[in-house]
Design a protein around this ligand. Structure first.
Ligand SMILES: [Zn+2]
Length: 81
């Protein structure tokens, strides 16, 4: 079920959502409503990297922080015994 309103951020109203009626991919005709997304492997990779800044919130980075937190908690628990 497609959304009725386009949710793209619009520059002209302080990045509030665009309120045009949306097409079947949830965007209006001005914000890629006709687009069906990247097709080639190169294009898919490029799209996945489009907003990648520093990787601090990738699944790998989050898992590593969680691992370190667990290790430090174990160390503290051992020290208390
Ligand atoms: Zn729009």
């Amino acid at each position: 079920m497609p959304k009725i309103i386009c949710g793209a951020r619009a520059r002209q109203n302080a990045n509030q959502p665009c309120r045009q009626p949306s097409m079947k991919n949830g965007r209006c005709r001005l914000h890629g409503g006709k687009s069906t997304g990247p097709k080639t492997e190169e294009g898919k990779l490029k799209a996945a990297r489009a907003n990648y800044k520093h990787g601090l919130y990738t699944l790998e980075a989050i898992a590593e922080r969680e691992y370190m937190r667990t290790m430090m908690k174990w160390r503290d628990d051992l020290a208390d015994m």
